[in-house]
Design a protein around this ligand. Structure first.
Ligand code: HSE
Length: 310
């Protein structure tokens, strides 16, 4: 049987105030899933890691790629199965949508192997069911942009209603991942159960404007709307050095900075590459002052989402 290879990009989800609703696919980094047909069932024959080996399970029911494959076959009403080989380009527990990228790539590959019957939108559900199995909650702000590309907004989870919003061409994104692991499950436990009305209004307004910014390809509007007074103040406590890193990113010229997903990756924004390099240096250097090493990359919006690669 012939192998095919699917790629799904890393994602920032949440984008600032758009908790659980706004997500964004980014270029250059992601996961690869190789797949071929087998007579029945899902088998994960290997997992390769770019970063430290964390020993993900090869049991298809305990791995997001495996679960997404099983769920996609179920929707297709397909008796045949798949064999998968996973190439993790994204570190786990980093806030870059690692589990979602594997799930999205696997769902995309399985659909392709079995006649491409489902749309990208149809694949969000099986990928999100897989994400739920590891994160303990159902949200599509990583799986949707990983499949659709660009920025996406989830209006409702049940029934799933996700819209692709668009992209901002000028946007340069500085991703800095300090060497620490934060599990989404844990980062959700500390979230407030109640919030003040004024904070709700503030975050809602900024979320709506970020949506408008991606729809209009308006960098200036995005840069003044990247403000989160609900989630960031709580989750930033899990990231040593956060306040200083943010202060120095802004001093170096960033137009905004927030936590990618549940962290610890931080993302800062600008529309100038030269400035992006200065911001990246400032953030990395500040983490260093706290004794923390970090990996870093300057990237842009990935408008394509999951795709076959050679
Ligand atoms: N929206 C989720 C959260 C994404 O912030 O908990 C996790 O990657």
């Amino acid at each position: 049987m012939k192998w095919i290879k699917a790629f799904a990009p890393a994602t920032i989800g949440n984008i600032g105030p758009g908790f659980d609703v706004l997500g964004l696919a980014v270029k250059k980094i992601g996961d690869i899933v190789e797949a071929r047909k087998r007579s029945s069932g899902v088998k994960i024959s290997s997992i390769a890691y770019a970063g430290p080996n964390v020993n993900l399970s090869t049991d298809p029911r305990k791995n997001t790629a495996g679960i997404a494959a099983l769920e996609t076959l179920k929707i297709l009403n397909e008796k045949g199965g798949v064999e998968l080989r996973l190439k993790k380009g994204l570190p786990l527990g980093s806030g870059l949508g690692s589990s979602a990228a594997s799930a999205a790539a696997a769902a995309f590959a399985v659909n392709h192997l079995y006649g491409n019957i489902l749309t990208r939108e149809d694949l969000i559900l099986p990928a999100t069911v897989a994400e739920e199995a590891v994160s303990g909650a159902f949200f599509a702000d990583n799986t949707a942009p990983a499949l659709l590309g660009g920025a996406t907004l989830t209006r409702s989870c049940v029934p799933l209603d996700v819209t692709r919003i668009g992209s901002i061409k000028k946007l340069k994104i500085i991703l800095v991942t300090p060497e620490m692991v934060i599990l989404t499950k844990e980062a959700r436990k500390i979230l407030p159960k109640k919030i003040h009305m004024k904070n709700f209004i503030f975050n809602m307004a900024n979320t709506a404007l970020i949506t408008a910014a991606f729809a209009k390809d308006d960098y200036a509007l995005f840069s003044r709307s990247l403000n989160d007074v609900v989630i960031e103040p709580v989750r930033s406590k899990l990231i040593k050095g956060f306040s200083k890193v943010k202060e120095n990113a802004l001093k170096a010229g960033a137009d905004g900075m927030s936590i990618s997903g549940s962290g610890p990756t931080l993302f800062a924004i600008t529309d100038k590459l030269r400035k992006a390099r200065r911001i990246e240096d400032a953030m990395v250097e500040t983490f260093k002052q706290f004794g923390i090493k970090s990996s870093h990359i300057i990237t842009e919006v990935d408008s394509d989402g999951a795709r076959l690669v050679t």
